[in-house]
Design a protein around this ligand. Structure first.
Ligand SMILES: Cc1cc2nc3c(=O)[nH]c(=O)nc-3n(C[C@H](O)[C@H](O)[C@H](O)COP(=O)(O)O)c2cc1C
Length: 353
């Protein structure tokens, strides 16, 4: 496990190994404010040995939320609570970024916004997103920039823009969703690039600003183009995942050994010279080590693995059983269920007392 447990630096931030806990909405807040449960949850994850934790999708404003209980970073009075998470994680020797998020058409707003009119079916309702005016665009960008400033003030080591999985930035990047005829349609990266430039103006140069991108948005060719354009804007890393759910075209060889998101990360890694993280079904230390060596990505994301076993990284290092996600058709962790069968099985097999 030479590479998995080797140090890695992004700018001045030294990460003790190549294991990243990707953002996962798992602990939910109190109307957007941090609770003791949130702090304990992140402390437990940091104790588990991962070098980097990316805090779950945290709302930049109330309109863009996915639920009433989603954590938020839209008000200065939220900074105190967020600091508690940061301090708890730092005390355990891990670094922490926060993923900042706006859901766009997929959010809970009565009439959600979207780059252009788009019919979205989800959460038991069908909504048609209202096309954003230039004023809407500027206002939402300002909310992202303010969220970036608050993240810096709360002590995070960096931020990750949520730029995939069908949320607002992904809606701009995906040409099947973004039908605008102005510059935000002709140049789909413009919305995110202006946010990054704005955050740079209100935070010191060493503050890390990265983005989670869909590799297939809607095709890999588009994903590569987005990555190259964003790299020019001075972004610090790409965390590569999947794109807008029903609006992506995934083509790769059937022989490819890893997940399609890992494939996209490998291809993006070849095209850019900034750090790239890979995700998707990385369910053992051996696989994580192999992916680092074979694809040349810089960090590996262990998502559901740490939900099953928060001590995943320490166990991997000690050569112990790390547990395995059983890939249920619908992950039981959505909705905060404690009935994850992979977790139950892991705990039964590993009564460590
Ligand atoms: C319960 C749960 C919540 C998630 N929440 C987020 C999120 O807030 N932001 C995000 O970008 N991805 C989110 N994801 C996706 C994960 O970050 C990760 O990409 C996915 O689980 C695949 O990695 P894995 O195979 O290691 O689990 C979530 C996944 C799960 C299971």
């Amino acid at each position: 496990m030479n590479k998995l447990f080797s140090e890695y630096s992004i700018k001045n931030v030294k990460i003790k190994n190549r294991i990243c806990v990707p953002p996962m909405v798992i602990s939910l807040g109190n109307e957007g404010y941090v609770t003791l449960e949130n702090v304990n949850r992140y402390k437990e994850l940091a104790k588990g040995g991962a070098g980097l934790i990316i805090q779950e999708a945290t709302g930049i404003n109330k309109e863009g939320r996915l639920s009433q209980r989603q954590l938020g970073i839209w008000n200065d009075d939220q900074i105190e609570g967020l600091k508690d998470i940061v301090n708890a994680v730092h005390a355990e020797g891990a670094k922490i970024f926060v993923q900042i998020h706006h859901a766009g058409v997929t959010g809970i707003a009565e009439q959600p916004i979207c780059p252009s009119s788009y019919e979205y079916q989800g959460y038991g309702r069908t909504v048609v997103g209202r096309e954003m005016t230039i004023e809407d665009i500027k206002a939402v960008q300002k909310d992202y920039i303010e969220a970036g400033r608050r993240a810096y003030e709360a002590g995070y080591d960096g931020i990750e823009l949520h730029g995939c999985h069908g949320y607002l930035i992904s809606q701009f990047l995906n040409k099947r969703v973004n039908k605008r005829t102005d510059e935000y349609g002709r140049n789909p990266e413009k919305f995110a690039i202006e946010i990054i430039e704005g955050i740079r103006k209100v935070t010191p140069e060493e503050f890390i600003v990265g983005i989670r991108l869909g590799g297939f948005e809607p095709t890999l060719e588009d994903g590569l183009h987005h990555a190259k354009e964003l790299e020019k804007s001075g972004v610090d890393f790409f965390d590569v995942s999947y794109g807008f759910f029903n609006e992506q075209e995934i083509h790769m060889s059937e022989e490819y050994k890893y997940s399609n998101a890992v494939y996209a990360a490998e291809e993006i890694r070849k095209a850019v010279s900034i750090p790239v993280f890979a995700v998707g079904g990385i369910n053992s230390a051996e696989l994580a080590e192999e992916i680092l060596n074979e694809t040349k990505v810089d960090l590996v994301d262990i998502g559901r693995g740490v939900l099953i076993n928060p001590n995943w990284a320490n166990d991997a290092r000690g050569g112990r059983d790390t547990g395995k996600c059983l890939n249920c058709p619908k992950c039981m962790w959505f909705g905060q269920s404690k009935t994850c069968s992979g977790k139950v099985l892991f705990e039964r097999n590993n009564e460590r007392g």
